[in-house]
Design a protein around this ligand. Structure first.
Ligand code: SF4
Length: 350
């Protein structure tokens, strides 16, 4: 069924299929009921496996936002000091004149047009809004280029350096995992449909471990919350490796067949015994040992990695290091084992 085609007509109302425009890993399918040119209801598509008929609270109330009186529908110019919150309405012509004049002045200044940075990304996705005429315009202008994404390049580069692509466990498989590490991620708030799967896994007896300096809503609902110091994720991963190698909990066959660099990695991991990692991370040595033992013995073991852990110096390396863990224990052998950061490199996206 084409996305832009109405799928049913009921008493003058039209049901339109859509996709959530947010840059969110869930990518929900929407059913929008339209009557007299206005959207009157937004629901999750019950047939779309990820959405499963449920939208997050943000988008379930999308109509309130779309038709809110508080929406900014016209250009406003600030009057007075920044922060005073005083604006006056101006015309589109006047707004464009102000911006064009300012751009022209900057482009003609000694710094040139590169003094302009188009700072944008994908708050609400959609290929047209995400990057089309704006890219052409700023290219023509000679403005600085911005590497997008702003907040996740390091982590993705780290993950891809280890795994080879932005691919990972199928989200629907998480419910079959027996051990789930939720690392730098708060799915209750920002990956709701994964959380449903994690809840299902929990009901089936899986152990959930949150690794996060912050006691998020998700961390509160896991069996274990390891509140490590910010920026110490790589040390924790190395400490886990130390224990896994030391206690022979690794999958030698998998390592020999499918990985490169194990000898160098094990030399590095040897430098991170649990006691040292405890000092770096602020966790107890026993917590690190328990985590490693669980990870080396419970199958399938899934890791939901997220960008929280890479927003600090060395963040890319932290992701790269954590992404080595599934290969060490052969977790990738199980459909519900391995890791997931982003599925943007999976065939489904191309
Ligand atoms: S969880 Fe919410 S924001 Fe994310 S895709 Fe679904 S409806 Fe959109």
């Amino acid at each position: 069924m084409p996305l832009d085609q109405p799928v049913s007509f009921v008493s003058g109302r039209t049901l339109v299929r859509g996709a959530c425009p947010h840059d969110c890993p869930d990518t929900c399918a929407l059913h929008v009921t339209v009557g007299n040119g206005r959207a009157i209801k937004v629901d999750g598509d019950p047939e779309h496996p990820t959405t499963n008929g449920v939208l997050c609270t943000k988008v379930a109330r999308y109509l309130e936002r779309t038709y809110s009186d508080a929406r900014v529908l016209h250009p406003l110019q600030r009057v007075g000091k920044k922060g005073d919150g005083k604006f006056r309405r101006i015309s589109w012509e006047a707004a464009l004149d102000i911006i064009a004049k300012r751009f022209t002045e900057i482009a003609a200044s000694p710094e040139g047009p590169q003094a302009i940075v188009p700072y944008s990304y994908a708050g609400t996705m959609g290929l047209l809004q995400y990057g089309s005429m704006d890219r052409r315009f700023f290219y023509k202008l000679g403005a600085s280029l911005l590497d997008r994404t702003i907040c996740s390049v390091a982590g993705k580069a780290g993950y891809v350096a280890t795994v080879g692509a932005a691919i990972g466990i199928d989200m629907e498989e998480f419910e079959n995992a027996r051990l789930i590490l939720i690392w730098g991620s708060n799915p209750i708030v920002s990956n709701l449909h994964l959380w449903s799967r994690l809840q299902e896994a929990k009901r089936r007896g899986a152990k959930l471990v949150a690794i996060d300096p912050y006691r998020s809503q998700t961390a509160e609902k896991c069996h274990v919350h390891l509140a490590l110091m910010p920026g110490t994720d790589a040390a924790l991963a190395l400490g886990m490796m130390h224990v896994l190698i030391d206690e022979h909990l690794i999958d030698r066959d998998y390592i020999d067949r499918y990985t490169l660099g194990f000898e160098q990695l094990s030399v590095r991991a040897r430098e991170y015994p649990p006691q040292r990692v405890a000092e770096i991370t602020g966790l107890a040595a026993e917590q690190i040992i328990d985590l490693a033992r669980d990870y080396g013995t419970i199958r399938p073991a899934a890791i939901r990695l997220n960008y929280g852990m890479q927003r600090h110096a060395g963040g890319g390396m932290a992701m790269r290091t954590a992404a080595c863990l599934p290969a060490l224990v052969g977790a990738w052998r199980d459909p519900a084992g391995g890791a997931l950061l982003s599925s943007s490199g999976s065939p489904a996206h191309h």
